[in-house]
Ligand binder design. Structure first.
Ligand code: ADP
Ligand code: MG
Length: 859
């Protein structure tokens, strides 16, 4: 190790620092030289003066300008870490670890002084002066120390990512900073962001009465030439491979950075590239590229465990659980991916498989392979080419958030002699980490995001186009060292028409029920009054609170202190651990009995995919006779009798999933879907969601999951009855009761209202949709999955869909908050239940504000 060369033997404080508080840092010459090249160094004086004079400052600067690594150092030197800590939050765990290590290195300080803390991992000690952490960690700390009394400065980094936690932290800190000021212990807040839309922070007067000063750090950026594709291929991983090959074979030196969407794709591409360009290390000391079979295997296992890219705390938890389970139940876990389908159970009535075994359609020839290699495509006429014969070795490295920090760090290590650096990354490399020496960027234009269905609230990871802002950030990565090139694997038309300018803040994408419960579980009580940088709708927040109370996730506080917000119940805490809307979370929470979990997972998955069943002949907006739907009879036979029939439309979905699995195993899925009126694409979405939910539940709920029966037979009649109750427990606010026809004298009116239902919280009656298998039976009490209104000429008509019959006496048990108990009966006599230790008595009660009489029930 070379001796540390002290750059400033007698350091002189910069002018803005008072002599007394200057804390010298002894950096190596090498580090100091690297620092001097960073744009933010030129602004040090101005940045620090602004921070000294203002409690809250916003710093916006080009990625790579040195914000994250340098600002904490400026603050340290100015004495901010003398008595209290400097805290820096990152939305990504990767960044928290990498940045703490880098800053410790640059400052020549041990890791117990410049440390990081992410959930379950960290190296923070009492000696820590600068602490990097995930935004979730700081939020947790606020729960126990609201004034953040250990900190003198909080830096919220990467605020432009608009992660839910960072948004909430901005809101909280906007209040904490003045509080600390009042107490004479000022806290500085610095919001740092890439140069993207910062007006949400600066122009929001609810958040900051006086807009905080905005400092812009100009970065030296070399021009980047953008190359669009003529077409936008679906298989962007293959296309990225092809493009990388061309760049490597034909273009002058310079690192290549490839953006794909997730860990699996990263590993897939890295493997493929390493196979094509094997690297043979000249000495034993250099790690062998391309021969990391052990490591690769490990990465691959992580792959199946979680496709999650976003480094929320939860996933770390999952990773640990995965590891534990993997140790003991390796084989079992593999089986658990999906419950096995017992094929014969799902043979449908009248479904004779042997008779017509169809062959699958021929696959199309891959057009890509036929296309001629076209050099102009790289847009580099005039630039010198490398002879295509002399292949330089390619040094291929993966980068994603769940990669261990040592492996992540390899992107910063020197590339072996004569190699070209090639990093395959998720959007981690978009703004959080700046990889040195990149000249070529290959951008697939997609990202993996968690999308929430507005109606059902189930979240699923989907691959979508990024925003224009993201695409431009990615391109910018190519212009750090010299003029660069960005190859976009999509057409300019797609960029113009399909890319939004900015992606929406996470907080506005998520359903508020979910968010509300999450915030409440974090200890943020007054969600309604919370100063969000971009607030969700207030009415929606209040309605969400009410729904959570009805669900039993929040305490019902009709009692005493009305100014106290309702507390989170134990059930609420359990529900918040499931990655689905609270109503589905509750259904899952209740399903750990009677082996119901696989069915509930199946239902939640099927209910959250739109339009699984095709309704040929019957448009959604027509109310015509059942016969018009040629699949109707078939579906009725799937839910033919007993509790199957009463489970209604969800039973059809359950059958459809099982039977599609069966048909799929026989290679007959397309034909099966066609003859039974199922949307094939929807069926495969359902399957994906089932896999995802099964995995997440198995991994999150540590105590119960391993007892789940891995075979999914159709439910027994008793189980189907339980499923009806479970559906009610989640859908308690969607109860409807048949309009009593006996009271109606007029014959025409009776006809009109034949399928009419009163819904608990709607004025007008709604009509049982013609697609429902329960339409013939039209039970008196039902729950529905969806109610919707349709324009019909100049009037509107309301329909309900997804019908399940319920027993009215269940309402007292499953939706007690919507019941009004009028009288407790002495007769029949109250009963003491030994197992629960409760006394049950009979009551007279009504349901909902509609005041429906309930049969004598027990509570
Ligand atoms: P910003 O936060 O403005 O995006 P950073 O402070 O993260 O910028 O990065 C400043 C510079 O430090 C970049 O050029 C980056 O490549 C470099 N850098 C960051 N971490 C390391 C590291 N571990 N090794 C070498 N260089 C690094
Ligand atoms: Mg940064």
């Amino acid at each position: 190790k070379p001796p540390i060369k002290k750059l400033k033997p007698e350091p002189k404080p910069p002018a803005y620092i008072h002599q007394t508080v200057y804390v010298p840092v002894h950096r190596t010459t090498e580090v100091q030289n690297a620092r001097l090249r960073l744009p933010i160094l030129a602004e040090e004086q101005q940045v620090m003066e602004t921070i000294n004079e203002n409690p809250i400052v916003i710093v916006a600067g080009e990625t790579g300008s040195g914000k994250t690594t340098q600002l904490p150092q400026f603050l340290y030197e100015a004495g901010y870490a003398q008595h209290k800590m400097i805290g820096v939050t990152e939305p990504r765990r990767v960044a928290a670890i990498a940045m703490s290590k880098r800053v410790a290195h640059e400052m020549n300080l041990p890791e117990n002084e410049v440390s990081y803390l992410i959930r379950f991992e960290g190296n923070v000690t009492p000696a820590t002066r600068i602490k990097f952490m995930t935004d979730g960690v700081l939020l947790k700390e606020i729960e126990t120390d609201f004034l953040l009394s250990k900190y003198s400065v909080i830096i919220l980094d990467e605020a432009h990512e608009r992660s839910v936690y960072t948004d909430i932290l901005v809101g909280l800190l906007s209040r904490i900073v003045p509080l600390r000021h009042k107490r004479g212990q000022p806290l500085k807040l610095i919001i740092m962001s890439a140069t993207l839309r910062v007006s949400d922070f600066t122009e929001n007067t609810r958040l900051f009465k006086i807009p905080p000063p905005l400092l812009k750090v100009e970065a030296r950026q070399f021009p980047v030439t953008i190359h669009f594709q003529k077409r936008t291929p679906d298989d962007y991983v293959a296309e990225a491979y092809r493009k990388t090959l061309k760049i490597h074979n034909k273009l002058p030196e310079g690192g290549i950075l490839i953006f794909v969407t997730g860990q699996q794709e990263v590993n897939q591409l890295v493997r493929k590239l390493r196979r094509t360009f094997p690297y043979h290390a000249p000495t034993k000391d250099v790690p062998k590229n391309g021969k990391e079979s052990e490591e690769e295997k490990e990465d691959t296992i992580d792959d199946t465990a979680s496709t999650v890219e976003d480094p929320k705390e939860l996933e770390f938890d999952m990773k640990r659980v995965i590891r534990n389970i993997r140790k003991s139940k390796k084989k079992f876990l593999a089986q658990m991916a999906l419950p096995k389908i017992n094929l014969d159970d799902y043979k449908l009535p009248g479904d004779d498989t042997e008779a017509d075994m169809h062959e699958q359609p021929d696959e199309y020839d891959e057009q890509e392979g036929l296309e001629e290699d076209n050099d102009d495509e790289l847009g580099l006429e005039g630039e010198s080419e490398m002879g295509s014969g002399q292949r330089q070795p390619l040094w291929v490295l993966p980068l994603y958030s769940l990669l261990s920090s040592e492996k992540q760090n390899r992107i910063f290590l020197p590339v072996p002699d004569g190699c070209r650096l090639c990093v395959v990354s998720t959007n981690v490399a978009e703004t959080s980490l700046t990889i040195p020496h990149i000249k070529y960027v290959v951008d697939c234009g997609r990202q993996k995001t968690r999308l929430y269905d507005k109606l059902t609230g189930v979240s699923a990871f989907v691959v979508t186009y990024t925003s224009k802002a993201s695409a431009d950030q990615r391109a910018g990565r190519a212009g750090r060292i010299s003029a660069g090139h960005c190859y976009r694997l999509y057409s300019s038309a797609v960029y113009n028409d399909c890319f939004e300018d900015f992606s929406q803040p996470d907080i506005q994408k998520k359903p508020v029920e979910d968010l509300m419960l999450q915030m409440r579980c974090m200890g943020i009580d007054r969600v309604v009054h919370f100063p969000f940088p971009s607030p969700p709708d207030q009415v929606q927040l209040q309605a969400a609170e009410r729904r959570l109370i009805v669900l039993g996730a929040l305490e019902d506080v009709k009692t005493e202190k009305t100014d106290l917000p309702p507390a989170v119940t134990r059930l609420g805490h359990v529900i918040s651990r499931f990655p689905v809307a609270p109503r589905f979370g509750k259904m899952l929470a209740l399903s750990h009995q009677q082996d119901l979990l696989p069915y509930t997972v199946c239902l939640v998955a099927a209910l959250s995919v739109q339009e699984v069943l095709i309704e040929t002949g019957v448009q959604r907006n027509e109310d015509v006779a059942p016969g018009a739907n040629r699949f109707h009879r078939k579906r009725q036979s799937w839910a033919a009798s007993g509790n199957y029939q009463l489970l209604g439309d969800p039973m059809v979905l359950l059958r459809a999933v099982g039977a599609a699995e069966y048909a799929g195993s026989q290679g007959r899925l397309p034909e099966f879907c066609a003859t039974n009126g199922l949307r094939q694409k929807a069926m495969s979405e359902v399957r994906k969601l089932r896999v995802q939910l099964t995995n997440e539940i198995n991994l999150n709920v540590s105590d119960v999951e391993l007892g789940v029966d891995p075979e999914l037979k159709p439910p027994t009649d008793a189980q189907a009855r339980f499923l009806r109750q479970i559906l009610l427990a989640g859908m308690g606010d969607r109860v409807a009761r048949k309009v009593p026809l006996a009271d109606i004298a007029d014959k025409e009116e009776r006809r009109r209202l034949k399928y009419a239902y009163n819904c608990a919280d709607m004025e007008e009656p709604a009509f049982l949709h013609v697609s429902s298998v329960l339409r013939q039976k039209a039970p008196e009490w039902v729950i529905y999955q969806e109610a919707y209104e349709l324009q019909n000429g100049d009037s509107t008509k309301m329909f309900i869909r997804g019908i399940t019959a319920i027993e009215p006496e269940w309402l007292l048990l499953y939706v007690p908050l919507l019941c009004n108990i009028r009288e407790v009966r002495e007769d029949p006599a109250p009963r003491f239940d030994k197992t629960s230790g409760k006394i049950f008595c009979h009551v007279d009660a009504t349901f909902g504000k509609s005041g429906w009489e309930l049969p004598l029930g027990e509570v």
